[in-house]
Design a protein around this ligand. Structure first.
Ligand code: AGP
Length: 614
């Protein structure tokens, strides 16, 4: 959600921390701050500002504080408005302890009351400030830093990762992790700390993913790692094999556009990868072939776009390997009854592998001894580490907040997995499994060509025309209904245009009352002839009431094509892959509308890429 970055070493920290923050700005951008230790007098100095990181950068140009140890933060507000006062770092009463924090301190009200009663005074509305004051209290009387930290974490409830710089310990950065991600980049004579290793990719050689419920004392030449009970922990590091250059915009105006165009390659890479692991996939999933053969159902969970991918995949599993499939929403899961079963598997779909709601569900299901699998794009994510097994998409890092290639590769992996299970259960042959891979590649081709075919029309005519509307209604049936939901999410998220999706058959049960000339109706067709015929009836209902239709139709669906005011005609693919084939064009259309409206496409207001708070 928020991002925290820290550096300690022989170089001045400001530029390094700011670059790290800018790489992670997708995680939050309401306000930003930086603190460092002045090398001349060891004083703790800081600067913060409301708004995007660029505002902090300008402020630091006027007031160029710097030092060999520094920490920084970009914020996605949870407690307290987006303001300079609430921007991190936060401090203790004497401004000698600085803290940048990602996550939520659930018991902060109670702690604040106690701390105020003990004479501490607070300057922000954040839960994060509590950490600094509590740290101040813990340090009084503690024999050493680890003792104080042990005391501190013993009083904090919630999921959090924070980094702290103390005036009295100028050669140490403190990193603390409970459930929220935090990693340490290990270089020669320099160390980095960040919410995501992308912050220091290319600068540090190795990374230590901090274990859950651990804290670390990070000095330029070494790291001491402790568990929350104060026991010293041994650790191993992993080599960092990514560089930042891979994640530049490479000439595109926005990351979202770059990522829309990368989809064909990402689908190819995912198919190639899945093909290469086909014989060992059950090991990766943490299951045996026998467990797969015994499966009698599938459980899927996700949030936002990943939930939509799961919804479409429900049709894959129920059709291809005929397994009843239950779909769960990450944010609702823990409040609803759940019936664990050893004959099922619980697949958590998450691009980042860090989404708190989904992760908590994985933890709960894991505790019930039911097999959990993380379907994610990030091999180093917490979800991969905590689930029993994993299946990786090969989308490459997705930077834009709006999910594009993550969605299409999730569909790819889930379609493949349904076939692989069907093959294991001897429901389809090896040839059929391989044909499913070909079908995915065909859909990827169609996805890309559809953008090319309509690009100019969209840019020149359609985006300017539809950017004028304030609301839209989206319709689909069967698997095109969850696709309509995903489309509505994309439009809301990047263009700030209200959009709602309905199963087309529900129109007559209420939403038909909305139809007038001010609300374009976007219909996502289906290739199944029965479903198509039903959709056609719904389209006629809209038309008969003077409605305005934009149709995503498949080749040869002449009735729908004639009825619609605007048509995107898409070549036929395997019917279950219809949503995948329409994906790129849908995303490009809404991207162009958002651009027309001058929206902050890569970092839409109020949002963040990785939602690590519940
Ligand atoms: C959609 O464009 C969003 N980025 C959002 O809905 C996202 O899919 C959701 O927050 C879940 O994220 P995850 O896939 O990283 O778990």
């Amino acid at each position: 959600m928020c991002s925290v970055v820290g550096y300690i070493g022989m170089k001045e920290s400001r530029a390094i921390v700011l670059e790290g923050l800018s790489r992670l700005e997708y995680r939050g951008y309401d306000s930003a701050g930086f603190a460092c230790i002045d090398p001349d007098d060891n004083r703790l100095m800081y600067a913060k500002s409301e708004g995007k990181l660029s505002q902090l950068v300008s402020r630091l140009q006027d007031d160029p504080i710097d030092g060999f140890a520094g920490i920084g933060h970009t914020r996605w507000s949870t407690h307290g408005a987006s303001s300079e006062q609430n921007a991190h770092p936060h401090f203790d009463c004497h401004k000698q302890i600085s803290v940048v924090h990602n996550g939520i301190i659930e018991n902060h009200h109670e702690l604040k009351r106690q701390l105020e009663a003990a004479g501490h005074s607070f300057h922000s509305q954040t839960d994060s400030e509590t950490i600094a004051h509590l740290f101040e209290a813990a340090l009084t009387g503690a024999r050493a830093l680890p003792d104080a930290l042990k005391q501190l974490v013993g009083r904090l409830q919630g999921a959090y990762a924070f980094v702290s710089l103390l005036q009295d310990y100028p050669d140490t950065i403190i990193a603390v992790r409970k459930r929220s991600p935090l990693c340490i980049g290990i270089g020669e004579g320099q160390m980095f700390v960040a919410s995501d290793m992308l912050a220091f990719a290319g600068k540090a050689q190795n990374v230590l993913f901090m274990p859950d419920e651990s804290f670390a004392l990070v000095k330029k030449d070494g790291v001491e790692l402790y568990s929350f009970d104060g026991t010293s922990l041994p650790f191993t590091v992993q080599e960092i094999d990514v560089t930042w250059d891979l994640y530049e915009k490479q000439g595109h105006e926005h990351y979202m556009l770059k990522e829309i165009y990368e989809q064909k390659t990402a689908i190819h890479d995912t198919v190639d990868f899945l093909h290469s692991v086909k014989d060992r996939v059950w090991d990766d999933l943490g299951m045996t072939a026998q467990q797969i053969r015994d499966l009698d159902s599938i459980n899927l969970i996700g949030c936002g776009t990943s939930w939509h991918a799961g919804y479409i995949a429900k049709f894959f599993f129920e059709t291809i390997c005929m397994l009843p499939t239950q779909l769960h929403l990450g944010s609702e899961f823990r409040y609803l009854p759940f019936f664990p079963s050893q004959k099922s598997m619980f697949v958590a779909i998450s691009q980042s592998g860090e989404t708190a709601d989904t992760l908590e569900a994985v933890r709960m299901v894991h505790d019930c001894k039911m097999p959990t699998v993380a379907l994610t794009n990030i091999s180093s994510s917490t979800m991969v580490r905590e689930a029993d097994g994993f299946l990786l998409t090969q989308a490459g890092r997705e930077i834009a907040v709006a999910s594009t290639k993550a969605f299409s590769t999730q569909l790819t992996a889930l379609y493949w997995l349904a076939h692989r299970i069907a093959h294991e259960k001897k429901m389809i042959s090896l040839e059929q499994l391989e044909r499913s891979q070909e079908d995915l590649l065909v859909a990827a081709e169609v996805l890309e060509n559809a953008i090319e075919n309509y690009k100019l029309l969209i840019i020149k005519e359609l985006a300017p025309r539809y950017a004028r509307y304030r609301k839209m209604l989206f319709l689909g049936r069967h698997s095109s209904y969850p696709f309509a939901m995903e489309a509505a999410l994309k439009l809301k998220e990047i263009a700030y245009i209200f959009a709602t999706a309905y199963p087309a058959g529900e129109l007559k049960h209420g939403p038909l009352a909305l139809i007038d000339t001010d609300i374009p109706v976007i219909i996502f067709s289906h290739q199944d002839s029965l479903i198509y015929q039903k959709l056609l009836v719904n389209a006629q209902e809209v038309k008969a009431r003077g409605g305005h239709i934009i149709a995503f139709a498949f080749d040869g669906q002449s009735e729908l094509i004639e009825l619609a005011d605007v048509v995107f005609e898409i070549p036929r693919v395997k019917p279950l892959l219809g949503p995948l084939a329409m994906t790129g064009l849908m995303q490009f259309f809404f991207y162009a509308i958002a651009k027309e409206l001058g929206r902050a496409i890569d970092k839409p207001r109020n949002l963040a890429k990785s939602v690590t708070v519940e």
